[in-house]
Write a protein that binds this ligand. Sequence first.
Ligand code: PFF
Length: 469
Amino acid sequence: AAIGSGTQGSGDHWSSRTAFVLASIGSAVGLGNLVRFPAEAGANGGAAFVLFYIFCVVLIGIPLLLSETLIGRHGQAAAPASYRKMAVESGASPKWEWVAGIGVFSSTLVLGFYCVLGGWVLYYIGIFAGDLVATGISGTAFQGMSVEAVEALFPALIGNGPLTVALDVAFLLITLAFVARGVSGGIEKAAVWLMPAFFVLMLGITIYGATGGHFIDAANYLFKFEPEKLTGPVMLAAVGQAFFSLSLGMACMVTYGAYVGRDVNLAKSSGIIAGSDTLVAMVAGLCIFPIVLAAGLAPEGGLGLMFQTLPHAFQDMPFGSLIGLLFFIMVAFAALTSSISLLEVPTAWLIDKFGLRRIAASVIVATAGLVLGVLSALSTGMLSWFHPLDFVPLFADKGVMDVLDIFTSRLTMPITALLTCIFIGWVADRRLVDSESGLGGGAHRVWRFLVRWVCPVALLAILWVGLTS
Ligand code: PFF
């Protein structure tokens, strides 16, 4: 049978609009905002990247977010069945469900490496917790350790196969514990407790960081207008980052949309979700850079920003070990609500398609995530010689973790997003789409224009540049 031919879904729903919005913000806000966004902005000269990023969220992100949630809400079923339902009701081929099928596949792949990164965050929670016990509540972090020794913690971690695998498993099990309990019983609970805690922590750490005296420098760095820095690669990085950050192109927002009741205004919710996610990305910059600048360090790019530069910066700060601990707890909360959404996408599909019980479905997906996770975790250490797709130029010299990342971010995610725009903008029955969108008059025309023309062109450009550079 074709994938996603079921139409019943799991029957589970969010208990309120707030729960839906918080869970979606939880999915969107994650390592993308906290690790990747500041690092990308740092590597790409700050302002140019940030301003273009905001532009992408408004013109491409929000229209797509509305398109995805709308398909899910109309279908009230797992992502493939939801695409299928809308396609069939529009007189189009049921094969459109494959667009969601690609998304389901992508989210499984991303789950695989995302939990490895989540495991790294757990490691730093452990490190700072130990440090706090050793130095007391007001101590600076890593007393008596040289800068080199602090920065060496990270290569030592990712080179340690058994440890990274154990941490990956831990993170995956925590994720599973929530998803196995269902939408309103588990996923929603995580969002409703962890997201507010996340916001409080983030605000507190940002205010604390500002006391170091470099807040204005950081803001200048992030928002100074420098159009000459807006090169092709910077634009590509920004638009790709916007997609990943908003959890688009992975059937994720379709899945979350399917648990939404008829009374919810999806356009308004999409705006709130995208706005919050973007705000968090900005505040992440305003949280991290003042701390880094106050320590006299350069806001460089890459994973080193969070896992090396920042720990080193906490080394010089009063209450450094406490703030470091709270900081990484905050990151873990954000990562967890995202990995939960990644696990939920294929789980919902298995429940829908094969009539599995949720517990069985989520364990199966977690097992797939485990296999991919172990390979990813080892790819930064003892399996670093293993380049599975070496014969494809795009993946030459890349280990498993990088292959999964490149494959999804440059290929499957933009393809799913592109086909989704075409589906909503050109294929789906217009009255059907209109009745779900919650938009009226002028706003509706603007949205429709963006989905039909602007988003597909932008996505084609992303695909082109991503595959040829
Ligand atoms: N949006 C998440 C982040 O920024 O970290 C990652 C993510 C979650 C991407 C869920 C895609 C997805 F379906």
